[in-house]
Design a protein around this ligand. Structure first.
Ligand code: AMP
Length: 391
């Protein structure tokens, strides 16, 4: 089934509700890395150019009801700065006060709604929230790739109530993942990191038959090492996943999985903990693995650089802490140097590329973590499926 894109939607003189994914990190109440906001600007600018008045909805963090610390206000301000258009912030997500803000703002001002997750019915796709959002506009554009794998009132709910289309960012994301899935070029190398093996195992299962090599670092590699019978000290291990991990590793494609040969271990899980490099197969008791080691980077880098297709998701270590950043930066540099088609997803992987100033050298920087994983697993994304009725 096909979905409609921005060009298919008549928007001149219309009120268009754009569901963006402006879920950015906040540092002391201000926007940290604004990558997702930057990526959302072109759709809004295009709609304005075509004569639409724009209302923007996004979630921010995981509030449990109203939480002033997770207001979209700083996000709205940054959106206006980056987009170069006037912005006002609405005091709520739906309801009369929001409708009044939109009426008062007039057609030239972009209205950014309050955090959609302040409404309890957002994450359950409650009809009350979907109706309230649909009442604000006459058209709907979904540009929130990062949320496309979830069924929410502001994505799936509104799309069944207003003529809808995919925004420019969503379209670019789908094109990139489609290319990754369909292009025959080889070697095809996938690099996986991050913390939660439960989130990555489905992808491992789905992609192992397709790829030439799968390089695994980050917290997830310790459950794989434990499944292989190695001691991993106090490193992150999801014991409940060990049998399933074993079945993947012992399967016919298990030999394609490459684990780091060395890791950086620390005396405790702390930014300033004393640390050293040890072989991954000899992690001392009482230590915790927080990054892949230099030999692992040296082994991973040429594989990534020489690949013709690369997908990377998840940091190689606790990237937030400077002492455990080198592995992720090494992989980022290799992905940037790769001559193949490169797609990178997940907040920290993208942040690592931006930090080393090599973001421009990646073919597609994805705004989605879980949504990209779901697409590559072959899952239908509810946010996309909801657009099909207008296709
Ligand atoms: P994910 O959302 O699954 O991609 O996980 C990202 C998180 O994984 C980041 O916050 C990292 O700090 C964390 N992480 C990466 N390596 C490790 C590790 N060795 N131990 C614990 N957490 C890790």
């Amino acid at each position: 089934m096909s979905i409609p894109y921005l060009d298919d939607l008549v928007v001149d003189g219309e009120r268009v509700l754009v569901r963006a994914d402006l879920n950015v990190p906040l540092v002391d109440g201000t926007v940290g890395d604004a990558f997702r906001i930057e990526a959302s600007v072109p759709t809004i600018q295009e709609l304005r150019r075509r004569g639409a008045s724009v209302i923007v909805a996004t979630h921010l963090g995981r509030p449990d009801g109203f939480d002033p610390a997770l207001s979209t206000k700083p996000v709205a301000e940054r959106l206006g700065e980056l987009g170069g258009f006037p912005v006002v912030h609405a005091p709520a997500v739906i309801g009369e006060r929001v409708e009044a803000t939109i009426d008062a703002a007039g057609p030239d001002v972009v209205v950014v709604l309050e955090n959609t997750r302040f409404e309890a019915g957002e994450t359950t796709n409650d009809p009350f929230v979907a109706d309230g959002l649909a009442k604000l506009a006459t058209r709907f554009v979904n540009d929130a790739f990062g949320t496309a794998h979830r069924t929410q009132a502001s994505t799936v709910g509104v799309a069944s109530r207003l003529p809808s289309a995919a925004g420019l960012l969503l379209a670019a994301e789908l094109t990139a993942f489609d290319r990754l899935l369909s292009e025959p070029s080889r070697p095809y190398v996938v690099v996986l990191g991050g913390a939660k093996i439960s989130h990555k195992l489905g992808l491992m299962r789905a992609l192992l038959p397709e790829v030439d090599l799968m390089l695994v670092g980050g917290g997830v590699c310790f459950t794989l090492l434990a499944a292989g019978g190695y001691e991993v000290g106090d490193s992150l291990v999801d014991k409940s996943m060990v049998p399933e991990v074993r079945s993947v590793l012992d399967g016919i494609h298990g030999s394609k999985v490459v684990l780091p040969e060395d890791v950086v271990v620390a005396d405790s899980f702390a930014a300033d903990a004393p640390h050293r490099v040890v072989p991954a197969t000899a992690i001392p008791n009482g230590t915790v693995g927080l990054d892949i080691g230099p030999a692992a980077v040296e082994a991973f880098a040429p594989v990534i650089e020489e690949a013709e297709r690369v997908f990377w998701n998840g940091p190689m270590g606790v990237f937030e802490w400077e002492s455990f950043r080198a592995g992720t930066q090494g992989v980022a540099a290799a992905a940037a140097a790769s001559g193949g088609y490169t797609v990178v997803g997940g907040g920290e992987s993208v942040a690592a590329l931006r930090l080393i100033g090599r973001a421009e050298d990646i073919d597609h920087l994805s705004t989605g973590g879980g949504a990209g994983l779901a697409l590559l697993e072959g899952a239908a994304l509810p946010g996309i499926v909801a657009l099909e009725r207008w296709g």
